[in-house]
Design a protein around this ligand. Structure first.
Ligand SMILES: [Zn+2]
Length: 86
C-alpha cells in the first residue's frame, strides 16, 4: 500500500473557497463622447483589447493611442457577475 500524499506532516486546508471572479466593466463613453457601448470582460487585458478592437471597428480609428488605453484602464470598474443581468 502506498502512503497517502497527505501524510508526513502536511496539513490539509480546513476550507477551500473558490470565489467567482469579478468581471471588468467599461463604458466606451468615458473615452469617446456619445458612445453608449458597454464592454465587459473577465480580465482587464481582455477588456482593453476589446476596447481597442471596438475603437478600430466601430469608431474607425486606425491607431488607438496608448494614452487612451491608459485612460481605459483607469476607468475600468469591477462588477459582480450577479450584477450583469440586463
Ligand atoms: Zn464606442
Amino acid at each position: 500500500m502506498s502512503p497517502s500524499p497527505a501524510a508526513g506532516g502536511h496539513s490539509l486546508p480546513a476550507e477551500i473557497t473558490v470565489r467567482r471572479p469579478a468581471m471588468k466593466e467599461f463604458y466606451c463613453g468615458a473615452i469617446i463622447h456619445g458612445c453608449e457601448t458597454r464592454i465587459v470582460a473577465s480580465a482587464e487585458d481582455d477588456l482593453v483589447r476589446a476596447v481597442d478592437t471596438h475603437a478600430r471597428v466601430d469608431h474607425g480609428m486606425t491607431d488607438v493611442p496608448e494614452a487612451m488605453l491608459d485612460q481605459v484602464r483607469r476607468s475600468v470598474r469591477d462588477v459582480e457577475p450577479a450584477d450583469l443581468r440586463d
